[in-house]
Design a protein around this ligand. Structure first.
Ligand SMILES: *[C@@H]1O[C@H](CO)[C@@H](O)[C@H](O)[C@H]1NC(C)=O
Ligand SMILES: *[C@@H]1O[C@H](CO)[C@@H](O)[C@H](O)[C@H]1NC(C)=O
Ligand SMILES: *[C@@H]1O[C@H](CO)[C@@H](O)[C@H](O)[C@H]1NC(C)=O
Ligand SMILES: *[C@@H]1O[C@H](CO)[C@@H](O)[C@H](O)[C@H]1NC(C)=O
Length: 508
């Protein structure tokens, strides 16, 4: 129990092997006078060791893909060339050196929520593990959320890349060491949800002592557990690094994403519309603008069926006027037209099934006939693999959203926010951040004749001039973290400074 757990320890076998082979070479030099048969034996052993050693050194230099394979066994050594042929798109990279630190224990985490909420949480948990000097066990993904996706971490993210690319910051293991694993299997595991929006001092003062006491602590909620602001620059940069480079989708998802992007690019510019007009969203939010009475009833039934959706009695009109409803497809069509977005542009709908189907999509389709979705661009056989894995579908939409010429989310959920932030990171690519409260007010005025089209369009454009995903200061509201800008929507600390710094969103 008391042995110091030193991260970097498994390296010793490597170093040992290297030393051993050198010793053998030394011995070989000193044993020229021994019997020739024994000499041959030494020769064979020494040569084998040296060859193996060279092989390892070369393989480590090939990049992160290789590190874990080498650790698993020698055979990869001899299939090196063919394997490289299969993976032409991954540039060779030198592995960062491992960070050596005294391990304070193990952190297990179970993420909750949809893909993008979990993604942000994984970044936070890496940062927490790093600053507590603990070992992180690969996060468990939520399989019981509304989306009920059975995918494991490695079904969505490139697991080996995640582990090796962060090894200069924190040790990440696929599972607990055997002894601790057995203990956990026997039911001994300290589990708790950390307090939301905490800063690192909470983790240092409250969580670290628990980890030291119990050796393993399991955090069973991960959404918004780390404050947006007031963290050191190193922590913020690490959150970004996990997000933008350590978390890479599996090659299979990346490949399909590239395919969709290429199909779109062949036909010119494209806009990704994250049309969050899906049944779960409407039932949860109680937004029923434009729904018929059967639909209102169905959505209400669904809301009552989910006990953890706390809000049951909802006034849709008030909520919409407060800007808290996702735009309807009809409102979205008006907004896009008001922005003078070319009616010939391809619009990729990044969403699940649109509630109300083609009836609700009619006005959008009339204004923007080039509407596409992954289901229309790809063969069913190509998507079959992803079909029952909503997170993998979401990952595909995520990749396409990043590459689009314009990204328009109709609601600010987690996907909208993380894509917004990522696009800022990629050079402030255009993201139209709709001010829904103002927009629905303008739409109502236009629809009831109080404004003509030109007035409406002008008002929409003018009020959104500084909401195009450019450089802005992140809104900070001490003591009201829920109302602040989400760190991941504008990871300022990680962005290239730009000249026309716009601080308009930084005032309360
Ligand atoms: C973590 O390790 C570093 C040295 O690598 C040390 O300076 C720091 O105080 C340690 N922090 C904790 C919380 O153990
Ligand atoms: C997390 O763990 C605590 C303490 O064991 C438990 O009360 C709570 O229900 C768990 N929450 C979740 C979301 O599993
Ligand atoms: C997906 O799930 C549905 C029902 O849950 C099932 O009928 C279908 O065969 C599944 N599809 C695949 C590709 O696994
Ligand atoms: C984290 O993830 C997504 C994309 O990787 C990005 O949009 C978001 O802003 C990122 N957050 C940070 C911390 O950089």
């Amino acid at each position: 129990m008391k042995e110091p757990l030193l991260w970097g320890r498994e390296d010793k076998s490597w170093e040992g092997l290297m030393r051993m082979s050198k010793n053998k070479v030394e011995k070989l030099k000193n044993t020229v006078t021994v019997r020739s048969s024994r000499m041959n034996l030494w020769m064979i052993r020494a040569t084998t060791s040296v060859i193996l050693w060279i092989c390892i050194v070369q393989l480590t230099a090939f990049g992160d893909m290789w590190g874990p394979r080498v650790l698993k066994g020698w055979p990869s050594c001899f299939t090196q060339e063919s394997a490289i042929m299969e993976l032409p798109s991954i540039p060779p990279r030198i592995l960062p050196p491992k960070r050596v630190y005294k391990n304070n224990g193990y952190l297990m985490v179970s993420c909750n929520g949809g893909l993008n909420q979990m993604r942000a949480a994984i970044c936070d948990m890496v940062a927490i593990a790093r600053y507590l000097n603990v070992t992180l066990i690969v996060p468990e993904l939520d399989k019981a959320s509304f989306w009920a996706d059975p995918s494991e971490f490695q079904d969505i993210f490139d697991l080996d890349h995640f582990i090796t690319s962060l090894r200069d910051e924190v040790r990440i293991l696929k599972e607990l060491p055997t002894r601790l694993k057995q203990k956990v299997e026997n039911g001994f595991l300290y589990t708790m949800p950390p307090i939301s929006w905490s800063d690192m001092s909470y983790y240092k003062n409250q969580i670290l002592p628990l980890i030291q006491k119990y050796k393993v602590v399991h955090l069973n909620r991960t959404d918004a557990r780390l404050a947006n602001n007031g963290q050191s620059l190193e922590i913020q940069k690490l959150r970004c690094r996990v997000n933008f480079s350590a978390l890479r989708f599996t090659p299979q998802i990346e490949e399909l994403g590239r395919k969709v992007i290429n199909l779109l690019k062949q036909n010119g510019p494209f806009l990704v519309l994250h049309l969050r007009y899906e049944m779960d969203m409407l039932a949860f939010s109680g937004c029923t603008q434009g729904c018929n009475s059967d639909e209102v009833e169905e959505l209400t039934r669904m809301r009552y069926a989910y006990p953890w959706w706390k809000e049951k009695i909802i006034n849709s009109d008030l909520k919409r006027k407060d800007g808290l409803c996702p735009l309807t497809p009809e409102e979205t069509a008006l907004a896009l037209r008001a922005f003078d977005i070319d009616q010939n542009i391809q619009i990729y709908i990044a969403a699940g099934e649109i509630y109300g189907g083609s009836r609700r999509m009619a006005s959008l389709a009339k204004n923007y006939p080039k509407l596409v979705r992954k289901e229309t661009l790809l063969e069913p056989s190509e998507l079959q693999f992803f079909q029952n894995h909503s997170s993998q579908m979401a990952a595909l939409d995520y990749l396409v959203s990043l590459e689009s010429d314009i990204f328009v989310p109709t609601y600010d959920g987690n996907m909208a926010k993380v894509v917004e932030g990522h696009r800022r990171y990629l050079g402030f690519k255009k993201t139209i951040l709709l001010n829904r409260k103002l927009l629905v007010e303008l739409i109502d005025q236009y629809n009831n004749g109080a404004m003509n089209w030109d007035e409406f369009s002008f008002a929409v454009k003018q009020s959104h001039a500084d909401r195009m995903g450019g450089a802005t200061k992140r809104l900070v509201i001490p003591d009201r973290p829920k109302e602040e800008d989400f760190f991941y929507a504008n990871p300022e600390e990680c962005l290239e400074p730009s000249e026309d710094d716009d601080t308009s969103r930084s005032t309360v």
